[in-house]
Design a protein around this ligand. Structure first.
Ligand SMILES: Nc1ncnc2c1ncn2[C@@H]1O[C@H](COP(=O)(O)OP(=O)(O)OP(=O)(O)O)[C@@H](O)[C@H]1O
Ligand SMILES: [Mg+2]
Length: 478
């Protein structure tokens, strides 16, 4: 856990990185240096101890013969090593020292020696003669040759000053290495921290530009580490932002043009209704024309109501506020009903409506909504076709029940086809002023309804040849 005070502290990212790198490197180096010093000291002490035991064994091997011991003593003194021989009671045997010179040893250690154990006392602050100098010493028991009983022990000692000297030298070397490594570590941390901070700053600047509305920024990156992945996600985010921004602008433009269109569309019938009402009020409309005027007003009112209703319908479907009641519907029945209802409009449009063979075909759909879909497609076909044919056909395919509405009308370009399902879109404003429709909502509603059924709608069209809308309804899953 990082303390709260630290997390609140304002420490630039550069220093956080830098200190982080540095702390890790220095900690590692410190641990290494300490381990090396401890290990070195232990190894040196062990080596000395082994050496001292070897000397003690050679003393025992000389059968404690005083002349031989003198020779050994002279040789060892050159190496600052001294040895003493004591009897089983701890009293001095060799060299020739006053009898009261005793080994500095307690009963427990004496018992250990008696039982044949060797004792390696690592360090002592004074030597056997009581001089204050750090000494390492060992005790080795010896036994009588005949009875094999404990006969005494030998102490061999050496000052540890030379071990300390070695250690000092080692520490000195390690310290220099430590200093050099620390300098290298600082330089490396600086380089690393600088590199990382530079990458973060690049992202920060880019994010700042995006916040100011620049949605074209894309940063180069590799796929090596988290900052690269962050950069990749940042790029994706900018693209998504751009798309949604474009969408918002597009929708807004549509909405604006729809509002203009709607206002325009509403003004004409409202002006008509108003003029007629004025005429009726001032009795300027002759009696014979009155009924016609009222009929005209009703027609215009219906147009207004239709405009409002379609908008509401679209919103309801879009926000999932309608519930479908699906049944298996005989297609021929519904198509016949539609053709009966639309016969006047068909006649007026000078087109021919051809209904294909569909006696055995059933569609799993909501009756009213399916009718709404087909009416919209047929109305469009009639609206954009002159002296041609409109054909409704159907068949079962592997994907479901397919229904097509084709016409031999004016068709559309690819660019126009791309947008027709969008709300308020009219491919060509000049050609929509017909009596069939003008809100640009028909296909948007159709598409929402088709999707609500889990069905798919596609369109194929060629300018001046005609258009075909195809819907595939999935089979009922039982
Ligand atoms: N069969 C078709 N042939 C040629 N163009 C078509 C056809 N159907 C649709 N379009 C084009 O797609 C546009 C959108 O159609 P949609 O039905 O959504 O709106 P609308 O018919 O203009 O108005 P609404 O149907 O709301 O009264 C039409 O304005 C027209 O340009
Ligand atoms: Mg339409």
């Amino acid at each position: 856990m990082i303390p709260k005070r630290l997390t609140k502290m304002k420490l630039p990212y550069f220093f956080q990185q830098f200190l982080g790198f540095l702390a890790v490197i220095i900690l590692l180096m410190t641990v290494t240096v300490f381990s090396l010093v401890l290990f070195g000291r232990r190894t040196a002490l062990n080596a000395t101890e082994n050496r001292l035991f070897t000397y003690a064994e050679s003393v025992v091997n000389e059968d404690l013969d005083p002349t031989q011991l003198d020779t050994i003593r002279r040789v060892l003194i050159a190496q600052e090593v001294s040895f003493f021989v004591f009897d089983d009671d701890g009293a001095i045997v060799y060299p020739d020292l006053p009898r009261n010179f005793r080994a500095n040893i307690d009963d427990e250690q004496l018992n250990q020696l008696e039982s044949g154990e060797r004792i390696a006392l690592k360090t002592h602050h004074e030597d056997l003669l009581g001089n204050p100098r750090e000494t390492t010493l060992v005790y080795l028991p010896y036994f009588s040759e005949n009875t094999e009983e404990f006969a005494g022990f030998i102490t061999v000692s050496a000052p540890i000053s030379h071990i300390n000297r070695q250690m000092e030298e080692l520490k000195g070397n390690l310290f220099s290495a430590f200093l050099i490594s620390a300098v290298v570590a600082i330089l490396m941390s600086l380089v690393f921290a600088h590199y990382q901070v530079k990458r973060v700053n690049r992202l920060r600047k880019a994010a700042h530009k995006v916040a100011e509305g620049e949605y074209t920024i894309q940063l180069e990156h590799n796929e090596r580490d988290e900052i690269d992945y962050l950069t990749r996600d940042f790029n994706r985010m900018v693209i998504a932002l751009k798309e949604s921004q474009d969408e918002v602008i597009k929708q807004e433009e549509r909405r604006k043009s729809f509002m203009q269109d709607a206002a325009h569309e509403m003004r004409t019938p409202l002006t008509t209704i108003n003029g007629l009402l004025e005429g009726l009020e001032h009795n300027v409309i002759p009696e014979s024309q009155r009924l016609r005027s009222i009929k005209l007003m009703r027609k215009e009112t219906r147009r207004l109501i239709r405009l409002v209703n379609e908008n509401m319908d679209y919103e309801n479907i879009r926000s999932n506020r309608i519930i479908l009641t699906k049944h298996s519907i005989p297609l021929s029945e519904i198509v016949e009903e539609i053709s009966e209802q639309m016969k006047d409009i068909v006649k007026e449009s000078s087109n021919e409506l051809i209904i294909g063979e569909m006696d055995d075909i059933h569609v799993y759909a909501d009756y009213d909504r399916l009718k709404q879909i087909l009416v919209n497609l047929i109305k469009n076909a009639l609206q954009f076709t002159k002296n041609g044919t409109i054909q409704i056909a159907s068949q079962y395919t592997s994907e479901g029940t397919e229904i097509t509405v084709s016409d031999t009308g004016i068709g559309m370009t690819d660019a126009q086809m791309e947008n027709i399902f969008e709300r308020y879109y009219k491919a060509d404003l000049s050609r929509t002023k017909t009596k069939f429709g003008e809100s640009g909502l028909g296909l948007a509603i159709v598409q929402q309804l088709v999707h609500l059924h889990g069905a798919k709608i596609t369109v194929e069209s060629e300018v001046d040849k005609g258009t075909t809308f195809k819907i595939v309804f999935p089979e009922k899953i039982s």
